[in-house]
Design a protein around this ligand. Structure first.
Ligand code: ADP
Length: 204
């Protein structure tokens, strides 16, 4: 369950205490984000985000894992959606997943190249997913590292985009219940996110 996943503040509390710093009261940025390493399909959140392809009919990587865990009803609903353009997002039920909904977004096919188009498209994936979450009255969402697998977006700039876009969105859409989980799967991404989050997410 979600209460077993520490927020970024809780993750860092022991360090802060050792350094003798005062913890602020809560409701800040660090209470709204978490870094979690593991399988996104086990997370009991309002929505998990799927790094889908434009057909929305399933594929490899995280997409394959989500379809397998959600069951064939997810495929049937996706089939009715007529695909999805790069940078856009569509929402379905979660079926057999513990997550209530799946937000399917299509990341750019980067193949190692990061130009303005790839950057804008990846930014749009995060923005459109968060917009759908809000429109459906949802508060908790988990993102995988969109485009960084088969689609070949380099990990470091992808993390930078993910973190900056989510941070800006949280600042522009204040809601104490918002919780965004960055669900990394690989040790390399875990290390990148941890380092960047330590700089970007601090409330004091
Ligand atoms: P894309 O086609 O957008 O590149 P991939 O699924 O190939 O998507 O990879 C995106 C990220 O998802 C990669 O970091 C990959 O390691 C990760 N991933 C794969 N399976 C899972 C899973 N079950 N839960 C969370 N992340 C996963």
């Amino acid at each position: 369950p979600l209460d077993k996943i520490p927020t970024w503040r809780e993750d860092n509390q022991s360090n802060e205490k050792e350094e003798g710093k005062e913890l602020t009261g809560g409701g800040g940025l660090t209470d709204k984000v978490s870094l979690y390493k593991g399988d996104i399909t086990v997370l009991e959140v309002d929505a998990i985000v799927n790094a889908a392809n434009s057909s929305l009919l399933g594929g490899g990587g995280v997409d394959g894992c989500i379809h397998k865990a959600a069951g064939s009803c997810l495929y049937d609903e996706c089939h009715s959606l007529n695909g999805c353009e790069t940078g856009k997002a569509k929402i379905t039920c979660g079926y057999d997943l513990p997550a209530r909904y799946v937000i399917h977004t299509v990341g750019p096919v980067a193949r190692g190249h990061v130009g303005p188009t790839e950057t804008n498209d990846l930014t749009s994936c995060y923005q459109n997913s968060l917009r759908l979450m809000k429109e459906h009255g949802l508060s908790t969402v988990a993102f995988p590292c969109i485009s960084t697998g088969i689609y070949g977006f380099p990990n470091e700039p992808a993390a930078e985009i993910a973190l900056n876009t989510v941070k800006s969105w949280i600042e522009e859409n204040p809601d104490k219940n918002t919780r965004v989980i960055f669900c990394v799967f690989l040790e390399t991404d875990f290390a990148i996110y941890k380092k960047k989050m330590a700089v970007m997410f601090q409330d004091n």
